[in-house]
Design a protein around this ligand. Structure first.
Ligand code: ADP
Length: 500
């Protein structure tokens, strides 16, 4: 009988459980959403018990749908929203505060202060990250400064500060295991990605006691077993990785230079850089992709802030179509965008421009432009932005990238995939199962529990759904990129500093 691997995908908007068969096919899945709280402008919180309860509910639902019992699950893999922090009492297992979600800006002032004193250089060198409220460390510091119970428990050595993976592992093992994996640790900004340990200098700076932090483990390996009082059986938790890292693994990007891009609300692009932590000259993040055995694999990460969100905006705010999928036929109904460029700098521009004062713009409008041209130029804008990041990655790695693997909701769009291949002048490869995040977690767990014996075996499981080859003439690509760069140039610095 085929072994069944359970992937827990604890995301920002929902918790999901997906059961995978040995051949990589999906046996069943279940999902549940939970609330998000916004106690102040820019603050984002979630209830840790909601994260746990929705995850547990979906575990039961997925198993019920598959018509199997929990004892039939071979191993569990966990993937999760990254950087979000949970604080709990090690003695009681009770959370001390709402989870502070990655999007939360509450530690932004402290980050600015760190930059003023130049500590951002230390952070960049040791953690591979830019100094930003996004990451966990300054959120942990905030909790210690603002939650009396947390501060008291920290003194006694009974405080647990963890990312969402640690929280789920703790709950699943009935408090037996307090651990995280290197990929999640690498997003905390208190983990030294070269020495592979919590960094003493940074912990002292942030006033975080090392005793409050989980043990850091490899991404593939047994973290612990589920509490039999909870699930009625002991299932090994055998793979853990942050969502984007799991997606890179789920896309089988095992060799240096292999890249995946996830087209969702924004785009998240990661390139495998092998055993080398590549330093970015373009503001990309250096991060740990995963650790298997003693082997650490690093990655460079870049993101496009507005991708699918631009399509949503055209749909919901301009009412140009009813469903995002209509953009494919709209784009294909015209020969080109008729010289229209949309620069979706709704929240400024990220890599490689880094201009917080840029704002969104549409260029090249003439009387002949209709909504099909606009839909097309929106999809093209997603591809141009992806191209900008991929070129930064090539520069930082000193290596050409020859293939892109795509996933995320918007990669269903055939036009988008083809235009992406054309603009990049490389092959774009879309897998059959675009649930690559959960798949990555399942792969990591299955690798540790002898379901699959090697990365080659896993590679063979990943099935292609479509391959898009670059067809566009280079002159045409060049002229489109020229137009895009001109449009970006004119969107820059739209807001003067005084107006912000
Ligand atoms: P997220 O996980 O970030 O919420 P998804 O992976 O579910 O996002 O992708 C949804 C995003 O992709 C939405 O922003 C939507 O506008 C866009 N999208 C979904 N389907 C298509 C499509 N066929 N063509 C273009 N954009 C799409």
């Amino acid at each position: 009988m085929s072994k069944v691997i359970m992937a827990l995908d604890q995301g920002t908007t929902s918790s999901r459980t997906i059961l995978f068969n040995e051949d990589g096919s999906i046996l069943s899945s279940a999902g549940a959403e939970f609330d998000c709280y916004y106690p102040q402008d820019g603050w984002v919180e979630q209830n840790p018990m909601d994260l746990w309860q929705t995850q547990l509910d979906t575990i039961h639902e997925a198993v019920r749908k598959a018509g199997i019992s929990l004892s039939g699950i071979h191993a569990i893999g966990i993937t999760n929203q990254r950087e979000t922090v949970v604080a709990w009492n090690k003695k009681t297992g009770e959370p001390l505060h709402n989870a502070i979600v990655w999007q939360c800006r509450r530690s932004a002032d402290y980050c600015e202060a760190l930059k003023r004193e130049g500590f951002d250089q230390v952070l960049r060198q040791k953690t591979g990250l830019v100094t930003d409220a996004y990451f966990s460390g300054t959120k942990m510091r905030w909790l210690l400064k603002n939650n009396e119970e947390a501060a008291l428990l920290a003194k006694e050595g009974n405080l647990a500060l963890g990312t969402v993976d640690s929280w789920l592992i703790w709950k699943l093992t009935g408090g037996q295991t307090f651990a995280t994996d290197v990929s999640n640790a690498s997003r905390t900004q208190v983990f030294n990605i070269h020495e592979l340990q919590w960094d003493q200098e940074i912990l002292e700076k942030f006033e975080i006691p090392a005793s409050a932090l989980p043990q850091v483990m490899a991404s593939s390996g047994v973290f612990g077993v589920t509490d039999s009082k909870l699930l009625g059986c002991e299932i090994p938790i055998a793979g853990v990785a942050g969502d984007q890292h799991a997606a890179l693994f789920g896309q089988a990007c095992f060799e240096p230079g292999m890249v995946k891009n996830t087209y969702g609300t924004g785009c998240f692009m990661l390139v495998n850089t092998g055993n080398k932590a590549a330093e970015s000259q373009n503001g990309l993040l250096t991060t740990i992709a995963w650790k298997i055995g003693d082997q650490v694999t690093y990655a460079l990460e870049g993101s496009v802030f507005i991708a699918g969100a631009l399509i949503q905006w055209l749909r919901d705010d301009l009412g140009l179509f009813q469903d995002a999928s209509e953009t494919e036929a709209m784009a294909l109904s015209v020969a080109d965008s008729q010289g229209v460029y949309i620069v979706p700098a709704f929240v400024g521009l990220g890599a490689p421009f880094w201009d917080a004062y840029a704002r969104g713009s549409v260029f090249g409008l003439t009387r002949g432009v209709n909504k099909n041209h606009i839909a097309r130029s929106a999809l093209e804008a997603i591809c141009f932005q992806t191209n900008d990041i991929l070129r930064c990655m090539e520069q930082d790695m000193g290596q050409k990238i020859t293939k892109l693997r795509v996933d995320g909701g918007a990669c269903r769009n055939q036009f988008l995939c083809q235009f992406q291949a054309d603009i990049l002048s490389i092959e774009v490869n879309r897998p059959e199962i675009i649930e690559t995040t959960a798949m990555g977690a399942a792969f990591l767990a299955g690798l540790a529990t002898q379901v699959w014996g090697s990365l080659e075996e896993i590679e063979a499981i990943r099935k292609e759904n479509a391959v898009f080859h670059a067809k566009m003439k280079q002159e045409k690509v060049n002229s489109l990129l020229e137009g895009w760069n001109k449009a970006v140039g004119r969107s820059k610095n739209w807001l003067s500093e005084q107006n912000v």
